[in-house]
Ligand binder design. Structure first.
Ligand code: KG4
Ligand code: ZN
Length: 349
């Protein structure tokens, strides 16, 4: 089955053509129009600007990605995300499905990040636990089967990626902040300037990152007052910040993996591109009793992309979870379905 995936939930317009056959997946072609350079100026994504750029980019991308091929099915991110951005992808997908008379599936963006792990492993078994860490989400999701999710943990405030972005803004490191902080952290000492590790001992699967960002703000303000703030100190703060985020993510993921006796642990979302997190989770999962398999999304499929949407769409299409082009809508606050309402979820009334 050949699936055309379309992603436009934030500031990347992405289109990919994927060939799926049971557990083998091949990306036939893909295209991406990134708006990072535009939004860097503002220190974050400006929704109206993002939507206008999606409109300009999407049709040429679809044309280039498809070439002369016609997909069997179209999968589109229908939420969560910025409504003005989502609508561009959803309406494009609706039009394509209508014109080509092909089946259409709605994909939840988080679900796409979860399924990006199927690119790196064909041996994923259920129950699986996915840590999804991105600019908008920090969630631990228990997955009992394809399309069957239960959120077992989440952030109470900022997402991990959002914390990276805000801390980077405080340190004038530009947007997106994650890669910039990770780069500086390589030169810093994580122990030189200790920062809090929020909720580390809370005995639950909740996270909180807004206090950590404020700790960075106060730390820098104090160092500047004392006139001892330097580039080297900024590198230490980056290393310490990254250490705090990674430590709490890894500890709670392993605790949840043990608690739910999972067979696989998955890692996806933009922050999954963080090498310290990948390394630390790899080491920690190997010590969890029960020998869970760890799958980590390939680096180039961690941040937003359309191949992961096509892959999640492939599994939905196999289950015949189609939606009529005229009824396919975008939902900016679309939650992953709990196990019992999985059917209604893919078939909005
Ligand atoms: O998944 P994604 O592309 O978009 C959302 O769905 O939000 O994630 C983007 C987030 C940004 O907050 C960015 O700073 C973060 O992922 N990120 C990283 C790294 N690369 C991207 N965070 C930490 N380390 C990285 N290497
Ligand atoms: Zn994302």
């Amino acid at each position: 089955m050949i699936v055309l995936g379309i992603e436009s939930s934030c500031d990347e317009t992405a289109v990919a053509l994927l060939q799926g056959n049971k557990s083998t997946f091949r990306v036939l072609s893909s295209g991406m129009a990134t708006q990072q350079a535009i939004h860097t100026r503002y220190g974050g994504v400006v929704p109206e600007v993002a939507a206008r750029n999606h409109i300009a980019a999407i049709i040429p991308l679809v044309k280039k990605t498809l070439g002369s091929r016609i997909p069997d099915c179209i999968a589109v991110t229908a939420g969560p995300g910025l409504i003005t951005s989502l609508l561009v992808g959803v309406h494009t997908a609706r039009a394509l499905a209508y014109i080509y008379k092909k089946q259409l599936v709605r994909v939840n963006h988080i679900e796409g990040h979860i399924y990006s792990n199927w690119f790196s492993s064909t041996g994923i078994r259920f129950p699986a636990l996915a840590l999804i860490v991105s600019g908008g989400h920090t969630e631990l999701i228990l997955m009992k089967g394809h399309g069957l999710y239960k959120k077992v943990g989440a952030t109470l405030d900022d997402a991990a990626g959002e914390a990276f972005d805000k801390a980077a803004k405080i340190m004038d490191l530009g947007y997106p902040g994650g890669p910039a902080i990770a780069q500086r952290a390589k030169y810093g000492d994580p122990k030189a300037i200790p920062l809090p590790i929020p909720m580390l001992h809370s005995h639950d699967f909740r996270f909180s990152f807004s206090g950590l960002k404020t700790a960075v703000l106060y730390c820098i303000r104090d160092k500047k007052k004392q006139k001892i703030y330097s580039d080297a100190m900024r590198d230490d703060i980056c290393a310490s910040f990254q250490h705090s985020v990674v430590t709490v993510l890894v500890k709670k993921t392993c605790a949840a993996a043990q608690r739910y006796k999972v067979k696989s642990v998955l890692l996806g979302g933009g922050v999954a591109a963080n090498l310290a997190l990948r390394e630390s989770l790899t080491n920690a999962v190997s010590t969890v009793p029960g020998k869970s398999l760890l799958a980590i999304a390939p680096l180039h499929y961690c941040t937003d992309n359309a191949a992961m949407i096509a892959l999640a769409g492939y599994f939905r299409a196999k289950e015949k979870k189609f939606v009529s082009p005229l009824r396919c809508d975008a939902n900016p606050a679309w939650e992953l379905p709990s196990m019992k309402d999985a059917h209604d979820y893919y078939n909005p009334r």
